[in-house]
Design a protein around this ligand. Structure first.
Ligand code: ATP
Ligand code: MG
Length: 427
């Protein structure tokens, strides 16, 4: 690897009784494993321990034996079951003292919201000697970094949102500074896709890969909404890496083109908003089985108001008639979950709310309500664009939450593809 020294190896320690009891799924370990690997630091072991001083110390001790970096998550809060900081400080023989600056910052943070710092939170200003404090902008427990002769120990809070913010905001920089020379330079390219299953995408992409893909590694990262393809080159200088990424991306383009979308957040809703903004079109939504999920996805993005005018959650048939101008005869004849109704909902909501584009979605999210002809997971979707409608039928698998999530995503995809092909950029 570029002739540099030995590879840096990480050990994860996740702390919490709830992880052992199965009340919380250990998403932190999965996330950290991916992020560290992407930096060129493989995770070689992972321990999960309960809220118990001796167990935490034992795991960190083992971690320092097996790796150069130990990342601990959880147990940094203000309550008596949070003992990670003191346990690790004790293990590494670092006396703990109150950090005046940190205490002031915590007090200021509470004061800004009109509260006094509760006594129990004062413990979060306790810093072990020589530890680097990582400011937590989204919570109260700061991260801590111990640089010892045996390796680096990083303590991060358990709430996933805080852990991620601290890791991306601070830990990456600390690790680059500390291990920089031993870390291979890593270059990525992420291609977002939706509407194609991982297995099918893998097959198509692999069939197009050039025989010599050189140093490019491909990861398929699926979730309910789609599959991200991550191309990675590590250990090569920037220009060479870029050329390899370019070459492989160009080769696989025909396989991904129909499914691909671009969005810096990775969210299809962002791609929809960007495209509609370009085309100077506004959007309204009419949702039945998704209960507003499509509208939620759109409004998750700041600034969506210049495109998204609003939506109607029309669960009851009467509402589809009274608010969306769906013909009651059509509901009677074709059923509420039908192409005709989805289509009428999309057109109706665009007309009622005065938007150029409309989305309609109606389906059977389950677990009840399915029939032989229309089993659970049957969803009709429609995109209306300036009066013309495109529809789509899907039979989604999975439980209620999965069906709804997939349906919302598929609606957004249908709209995106329809706008792409049915309209022109303004001249
Ligand atoms: P807090 O200040 O909230 O107490 P903390 O650093 O003490 O933070 P914990 O008390 O261990 O962290 O966990 C806080 C929350 O984060 C809990 O809801 C817990 O279920 C969740 N959590 C903890 N560890 C993990 C993990 N490994 N994966 C996913 N969620 C986790
Ligand atoms: Mg806690």
């Amino acid at each position: 690897m570029g002739g540099s020294g030995a590879q840096v190896r990480a050990v994860l320690v996740t702390v919490g009784d709830e992880l052992l009891l199965g009340q919380t799924v250990d998403s932190n370990a999965a996330w950290l494993g991916r992020e560290l690997a992407a930096m060129g630091i493989p995770v070689v072991r992972h321990y999960t321990v309960g809220d118990e001083v001796a167990a935490i110390q034992q795991a960190v001790e083992w971690g320092l034996d097996a790796g150069d970096l130990v990342v601990v998550s959880g147990g940094l809060g203000p309550t008596p079951d949070d003992m990670t900081r003191d346990a690790v400080a004790d293990l590494l023989k670092r006396p703990v003292h109150i950090d005046a600056g940190l205490l002031d910052r915590l007090k200021a943070r509470f004061a800004a919201r009109g509260y006094e710092l509760p006594r129990s939170n004062e413990s979060q200003a306790k810093v072990p000697e020589g530890a680097e404090v990582l400011d937590n902008e989204v919570g109260t427990a700061p991260g801590l970094v111990f640089d010892t002769e045996r390796g680096v120990v990083v303590l991060l809070p358990g709430p996933p949102r805080e852990l991620k913010a601290l890791f991306t905001g601070h830990v990456v920089r600390v690790l680059r500074r500390r291990f920089g020379d031993a870390l291979p330079p890593v270059h990525h390219r992420v291609i977002h896709t939706t509407g194609i299953a991982e297995s099918a995408l893998t097959e198509e992409v692999e069939s197009l890969l050039p025989a010599n893909r050189g140093p490019v590694r491909i990861a398929y990262l699926p979730d309910l909404r789609g599959v991200d393809l991550r191309l990675t080159v590590s250990g090569l200088p920037e220009e060479e890496a870029r050329a390899w990424l370019e070459r492989v991306e160009t080769a696989i383009l025909p396989a991904v083109r129909p499914w691909r979308f671009d969005a810096s957040s990775g969210d299809l809703a962002e791609a929809v908003l960007t495209l509609l903004r370009q085309r100077r079109m506004s959007l309204a939504t009419a949702e039945s089985c998704t209960g507003g999920l499509v509208a939620k996805r759109l409004t998750d993005h700041a600034g969506s108001s210049d495109v998204f005018v609003g939506g109607v959650v029309a669960y009851a048939n009467e509402l589809k008639v009274s608010e969306l101008e769906v013909d009651p005869g059509v509901i009677e004849r074709a059923g509420a979950v039908s192409e005709e109704v989805a289509s009428a909902m999309a057109k109706g909501v665009a007309a009622r709310l005065g938007a150029e584009a409309g989305i309609g979605v109606t389906g059977i999210a389950g677990p009840g309500g399915g029939t032989v002809e229309k089993p659970v997971g049957t969803v009709w979707m429609a995109a209306a664009i300036e009066g013309k409608v495109r529809t789509r039928l899907e039979r989604f698998v999975g439980g209620r939450a999965a069906v709804r999530e997939r349906a919302a995503q598929a609606c957004l995809a249908l709209l995106l593809r329809s706008v792409e092909t049915m309209t022109e950029p303004p001249g």
